[in-house]
Design a protein around this ligand. Structure first.
Ligand SMILES: [Zn+2]
Length: 149
């Protein structure tokens, strides 16, 4: 009986979505554990995101942890898709907020410009977008965005 071939090393295995726990560093990049940062908005224990930027961060983190329900409920009804497709070959690796306009507790609208980095089938890439946010029944929701490179 021949010996089994050695399994391929970790570098040959496609990375899967990282297991994010409440104690993990938040995927959105703020210096806080996930449970105390975006996770509290995903579970609802922290209420709703108070600013457009925090909503943007929490939606990015929802893409990382594949929280479809959160993405749909924070999408404006007029632009909300029926479902969110998570590309199994895509892994989000970081978020940088570059600019915001309005979007605070005192506003009804706001924009957030960001770059989100990813690895797609092993190839690093980035997406830059200026997203528009508005309030729906008092809570911030994502309306749409312009991809800027
Ligand atoms: Zn976060």
């Amino acid at each position: 009986m021949s010996r089994r071939k050695a399994r391929p090393g970790p570098s040959a295995v496609r990375p899967s979505a990282p297991a994010v726990t409440a104690e993990s560093p938040c995927p959105c990049g703020l210096d806080a554990p996930y449970g105390a940062c975006c996770g509290r908005f995903h579970t609802g224990t922290g209420g709703t995101a108070p600013t457009a930027e925090l909503l943007m961060r929490s939606r990015y983190s929802a893409f990382v942890v594949h929280d479809e329900a959160y993405l749909l409920r924070t999408w404006a009804p007029e632009t909300r898709p029926g479902e969110v497709d998570f590309d199994p070959g895509l892994r989000w690796t970081g978020l940088e907020i570059e600019d915001t306009t309005e979007g605070t507790a005192f506003h009804q609208r706001g924009t957030v410009t960001f770059t989100a980095r990813h690895v797609h089938d092993g190839e690093p890439g980035a997406m830059r977008e200026r997203s528009r946010f508005a309030r729906h029944e008092g809570a911030w929701v994502y309306v749409d965005g312009d991809v800027t490179g």
